[in-house]
Design a protein around this ligand. Sequence first.
Ligand code: NMX
Ligand code: MLT
Length: 443
Amino acid sequence: MSKLKEALYRKIEEHRPRTMKLLKEHSDVKIGDVTIGQAIGGARGVRCLVTDTSYLDPMEGIRFRGKTIPETFEALPKWPGSDYPTVESFWWFILTGEIPTEEEANSVLEDWKGRCEVPQYVFDILRTMPRDTHPMTMYSAAILSMQRDSIFAERYRKGLGKMDLWDPMYEDASNLMAKLGTIGAFIYRLKFKDDEQIERDPTLDFGGNFARMMGVDAPYDDVARMYFILHSDHESGNVSAHTIHLVASALSDCYYALSAGINGLAGPLHGLANENVLRWTQQFMDKLGEQEPTEEVIKTALWDTLNTGQVIPGYGHAVLRKTDPRYTSQMEFCQKHLPDYPLFKVINMIYQVAPGVLMEHGKAKNPWPNVDAQSGVIQWYYGVTEYAFYTVLFGIGRAIGTLANITWDRALGYPLERPKSLTTAMLEEIAANSSAPTFSKAS
Ligand code: NMX
Ligand code: MLT
């Protein structure tokens, strides 16, 4: 058994009695009520998921296993010469809640070496797809195609007790994690670099290898580490994480679940916003031509978008009510590495103007930027200008938190997810019989 699997098993044994006690002694304790506004309005604010890998506070933003982003970056072991922790050390952390020693983080790196080879048939399938297929479709298809290799599905078929299911889930999750960087970089070079592929280097970590296989020089390895960790987890209610949790609750394996979640991430209101931010900004700059961008012209362009009924990509959030700390973290990276880059200056100008415009527009509950508003600039600066690829980067990161989360779902024996639906007529009847004020709105 690998060091990480042993550590995880110890944590699972410690945690199980807590869940059992809650279920046995406090099952009927209420944690919230659901209003008609929430039932129709996408379940905003309904508290009905349990996730220990991360927690999202509306004002503070994300904490991974209790740590803020700066605390996470500070605490975890780093690759020599690098400013950001390795993906391998973060994987240990998100799975166990413990900061690994360097030796423990290296044990993940060694373990993934034995798992990282992507089957040739995956590359063959990707090469058969029309070249104008969206990279997210390719990424999702690649993950799904490997389902035939699921250890979970095989062991389940053979008959495995409910409380042992976490073990093959962990195996599938680790097998996937070790391969996703290679798959992402392969898709990038297949689509945008005439299929000229670059071999991985077994002496490098996940981030270093990703940069190498993308064909982008340092510090892109650190960009990759930062990017994957920032996008890893946003508790369980977001579309991708929730989908992954939901699909896995049917005891579908990691391949089915992750592929499904990636399809949700591909929506423009979710992960695809990072592609749309760059498209919007580039179109805006193209229109400007030689003219210097000013706050006034940006304001006009934002209003033009809103007046056609479209959303401002990269702004707003279903939970956050402040600037996303993942935005801030990337902005700090830009201030350090590319302070005078014209595109960064434009993105900063949008940040000065967009919240005010959205407040005046009066619809968005949160006028502040989310993670997607800043991420494309960094990619663009390092030469990854093909913005259709950006959501794949998000999707590689998102796998880390969600695969850890569904491994824990199996460890704690969470059941099939199956909320109850009502008809509109039933809601009307409930409303008619309710003493609640008729103007009440979902929070
Ligand atoms: N631009 C214009 N209108 C907006 C925006 C925005 N950025 N954000 C919210 N609104 C509108 C929203 O469309 C809704 O309008 P209507 O009443 O006509 O349906 C109204 O404001 C109320 O929406 P909220 O309750 O503030 O937001 P909700 O929780 O429904 O949706 C998002 C959250 C993230 C989907 C929404 O803010 C949005 O569409 N943002 C732009 C797309 C984006 O950046 N998505 C990425 C989110 C982060 N991620 O990576 O997933
Ligand atoms: C995410 O990272 O999943 C997004 O910020 C969306 C969300 O949390 O709802």
